[in-house]
Design a protein around this ligand. Structure first.
Ligand code: ADP
Ligand code: MG
Length: 293
């Protein structure tokens, strides 16, 4: 392609709300056949809200909110913020945890008011030899079938509560996926969240392929694996944990409302965070390069 045509292309991109790092980015955009989308904050708004707390028999819901809220207050994760905020609103000042540990992509651990508390994926609780009692497991299953995330919480050696957190697809995500498919791309949903929640969200927006329960450190590996299958991969993400995958992808697209780390690791930024701009980018590069080949 001639440099002039590419420069005109990047200029057009700016009008479409696409921040393109360099003219050469349009070349890699054109060849993409697979688009991997992070779930939280990319396909969904990422604005989590606590919608339910299920407790085991004999457990005081306020006690659950105080202990787990206190623990999550020490974490920056969007799920943690939703739980801590709701807890604070319901029970007031939260106790600060001691020996707080963040288990990246799994959950949190610490001592709150003298109780050893752990909250997160059931897999994290399993590390402690803890399982969900039937009633709490039913609450988890029901929540996940609706695309919500269930956080299991245990203290004093038993799983005692399930916190249900909701996050909804952005209003434009389903339309964006339709457009990407119409352009011949295969969308894949990638998330650290559990498979049931991920599948429910994927169904809501029209994505057929789901790769779930992926640890933050493994996201780039997933992209590499798809590339090894001969796919030319675009990755769209917003979080710090997406940065290595964004860098690994043939084309990295950052959500403009996401973290600076994700934006720096990407070739292209969707300024408004509207996923439809991803399709615009593909169309723009095809048009820009189509005129000169
Ligand atoms: P995503 O890929 O959707 O951005 P993460 O990799 O950040 O998700 O987290 C994966 C899962 O780990 C979450 O869905 C949640 O179940 C659990 N998790 C992570 N951090 C926390 C936390 N602070 N409290 C509870 N659960 C957490
Ligand atoms: Mg995210």
């Amino acid at each position: 392609a001639t440099p002039t045509a590419l420069l005109v292309g990047t200029g057009r991109g700016a009008q479409l709300g696409l921040l393109i790092k360099g003219p050469e980015v349009l070349e890699s955009t054109r060849k993409v056949d697979t688009i991997v989308l992070d779930k939280t904050g990319t396909v969904t708004t990422g604005q989590m809200a606590l919608v339910d707390v299920a407790v085991a028999d004999g457990v005081d819901p306020e006690e659950a909110l105080r202990l787990v809220g206190g623990l999550e207050h020490a974490s920056e994760h969007p799920i943690a913020r939703a739980i801590a905020e709701a807890a604070q609103a319901r029970v007031g000042t939260l106790p600060a945890p001691e020996g707080f540990a963040n288990r990246e992509g799994l959950g949190v651990e610490g001592t709150v008011d003298g109780h050893a508390v752990v909250a997160g994926r059931p897999a994290l609780l399993a590390d402690w030899g803890l399982r969900l009692p039937a009633a709490l497991d039913a609450a988890r299953t029901a929540a996940e079938a609706e695309g919500r995330t269930a956080i299991a919480a245990a203290w004093d050696g038993e799983t005692r509560a399930v916190f249900v957190v909701a996050d909804t697809p952005k209003p434009t995500s389903a339309e964006a996926i339709r457009q990407l498919k119409a352009l011949g791309l295969r969308p894949v949903l990638l998330t650290g969240d559990n498979a049931s929640t991920a599948r429910a969200v994927a169904a809501q927006v029209g994505i057929d392929d789901v790769i779930a329960e992926v640890l933050p450190s493994e996201k780039a590996e997933v992209v590499k694996r798809l590339q090894a299958e001969g796919r030319v991969v675009a990755m769209v993400g917003d979080g710090v944990n997406d940065a290595p995958a964004l860098a690994q992808a043939d084309l990295g697209l950052a959500i403009g409302t996401g973290t600076d780390v994700a934006i720096e690791a990407s070739d292209l930024t969707l300024v408004s965070g509207d996923l439809r701009a991803a399709g615009d980018a593909i169309r723009l590069s095809r048009k820009t390069l189509g005129t000169i080949r």
